[in-house]
Design a binder for this molecule. Structure first.
Ligand code: ADP
Length: 452
């Protein structure tokens, strides 16, 4: 792999020869290999315009998407191939990873097995294990608690295998959310950027932040941007990375994850869907699940006060009320930050960011924002991806880039059903009205009132 100077030279060369396909393809591959995922995505997109329908470039683009958890975009990129019989099996594996990311286990299993039946060298035991039917409880009916996993047979995606990203995304890529960004700046960034100031006031860096809000509102995007803003590595942990059916394995995975973050400091360690790992112990019927929560608390506290230095723990949940209050003590997730659904101005800003670097006609983002009430960031990304997809097809037929227009976005928005923000707010309302003794959900009150 190239070192950073080599990569910089390659970027420069590509800038000077934007039409040199092999050069740009090589740059995209290197960016992907080094984990500069957002930049790799941009480069692959540009390369694909030079050589539309190239399976290798499409595979690179899809991989960049999957590793950024943009599963829908990965599937859109792969779609022209997947509908053709005999498509390259490697693309099927990527489709399986994207489908799994979207929660479509059956679809993922179908793609995976089809791909491996045509090219057995693509077999991926970790992926296959995640496609096997999952038990409803942490133990399968045939396995006994305490059974050690058969050697190598079910080792989950070990922390070592997981990707450490070097995020190119910063707060400049996060539209709106000024209050949220400011809270993260004070909590996460300033103590690291200006340690003397904090020391003067006797404050230490530390403690994590729990981001909560409706799905798709941009929690993962924010966490990734915080890492980029800090120049820290980014470890994105999903449930499938930790939960394992064998007793003790989930705890081991959790420990290995924290250790990986400590080895890569400064690091932002991000837990998505954390409510499943940090649920109220009183809600749990089984002792082993409580052990996982205890292990999580122990890792957050660290063996000594320096254990987690340089490791900033962020977590996201759509259901913060299920989280054990022990997680909210000082030094743990001691700050709750609400990531709201975007208002019209924020939607226009998100659209502007999402359309950056794309060929555009004169755009009226405000008009699109006005017609997308109830859309969250993820929905708007879907709108832009869909409009771009249509434009890409038209550009390929025309043999030149045709710019995106306001009408393209309006048409794509009309064809989309947004995420259920309203339903989320009505669930939230119950907790705010009936279980807000500690005032933890005060930030939500204005939103709940506005939606009534
Ligand atoms: P969540 O983690 O809350 O479910 P994500 O962070 O996965 O949501 O958001 C999905 C996508 O929506 C992101 O990858 C990003 O492209 C887009 N997005 C969301 N919020 C914003 C924002 N404020 N600015 C720019 N893009 C956003």
């Amino acid at each position: 792999m190239l070192d950073d100077a080599g990569l910089q030279a390659l970027r420069e060369a590509a800038r000077l020869s934007p039409d040199n396909l092999p050069l740009r393809r090589h740059l995209a591959e290197q960016l992907l290999a080094k984990g500069y995922l957002a930049e790799a995505e941009t480069e692959y997109r540009a390369t694909l315009l030079l050589s539309p329908k190239d399976p290798d470039i499409t595979a690179g683009l899809a991989e960049a998407f999957v590793r950024q958890s943009s599963h829908g975009a990965a599937l859109s990129a792969l779609e022209p191939f997947l509908s053709t019989p005999g498509y390259p099996p490697r693309l099927g594996i990527l489709a399986a990873r994207a489908l799994l990311g979207e929660g479509d286990v059956a679809g993922a299993a179908h793609r995976y097995h089809d791909a491996v039946s045509r090219d057995s060298s693509l077999a991926d035991p970790d992926l296959a294990a995640r496609l096997a039917p999952q038990p409803a409880t942490p133990y399968p009916s045939g396995a006994h608690p305490g059974t050690a996993p058969p050697h190598n047979a079910s080792a989950p995606a070990g922390a070592e295998d997981r990707e450490v990203e070097h995020s190119g995304v910063t707060f400049a890529d996060v539209a709106g959310m000024e209050a949220v960004k400011e809270a993260l700046r004070v909590k996460l960034l300033l103590p690291v950027q200006q340690p003397e100031l904090f020391a003067a006031f006797g404050k230490r860096a530390g403690g994590g932040v729990l981001l909560y809000g409706p799905p798709g509102a941009g929690k993962t995007h924010l966490a990734r941007a915080a890492a980029g803003e800090l120049g820290a590595s980014f470890v994105n942990v999903g449930l499938a990375d930790i939960l394992d059916m064998y007793i003790g394995s989930s705890e081991r995975n959790l420990r290995a994850t924290f250790e990986m973050a400590r080895r890569n400091r400064p690091c932002v360690l991000f837990f998505d869907e954390v409510d499943a790992l940090a649920a109220r112990r009183s809600d749990m019927r089984q002792a082993h699940t409580r052990q996982l929560v205890n292990q999580f608390l122990a890792e957050l506290d660290g063996v000594d006060e320096n254990a987690n230095e340089g490791v900033l723990v962020l977590a996201a949940t759509n259901a913060p009320w299920y989280i054990d209050v022990a997680f909210r003590r000082p030094g743990r997730f001691d700050q709750l930050v609400f990531v709201p659904p975007p208002d019209a101005a924020a939607r226009a800003a998100i659209l502007r960011i999402l359309c950056r670097n794309k060929p555009l006609a004169e755009m009226d983002f405000d008009a699109v924002a006005r017609t997308t009430d109830g859309f969250v960031g993820a929905d708007l990304k879907g709108v832009v991806d869909r409009a771009v997809e249509t434009k890409l097809h038209q550009s390929i037929s025309a043999g030149r880039p045709i710019p995106l227009t306001t009408n393209d976005l309006l048409a794509a928005a009309q064809a989309m059903r947004p995420t259920a923000v309203r339903e989320w707010l009505s669930t939230a309302r119950n907790y705010v009205l009936h279980a807000n003794d500690s005032g933890a959900w005060d930030e939500l009150i204005p939103w709940i009132k506005a939606k009534r």
